[in-house]
Design a protein around this ligand. Sequence first.
Ligand code: SF4
Ligand code: F3S
Length: 106
Amino acid sequence: TYVVTQNCIRCKYTDCVEVCPVDCFYEGENFLVIHPDECIDCGLCEPECPAEAIFLDDEVPDDQQNFIQLNADLAEKWPNITERTEPLEDAEEWKDKHDKLVFLIK
Ligand code: SF4
Ligand code: F3S
């Protein structure tokens, strides 16, 4: 399965949503997640993300392994998103920042 990692936090560009053939993205206030049981591993979303936040589970960076479980947990809790929306207001400013997990609104 593919996984959304910390670069999405505070950006939420939603270009990924537009291309997903199975609508398996779920939306929080400042982050999106992928439902691991619904993703068909097509890989279409990965190159679309301007923040390079999406990785195949096997390729998630070592320091972000916790995002694999986080996607699974939050996908059960958050509503489905099927259409692209405007990025968050400060997306460009936050795009290249690191250690954004502390800002995640669950
Ligand atoms: Fe959707 Fe394909 Fe991305 Fe999985 S890999 S979330 S199915 S676009
Ligand atoms: Fe997030 Fe990138 Fe999608 S910033 S909303 S994973 S396009």
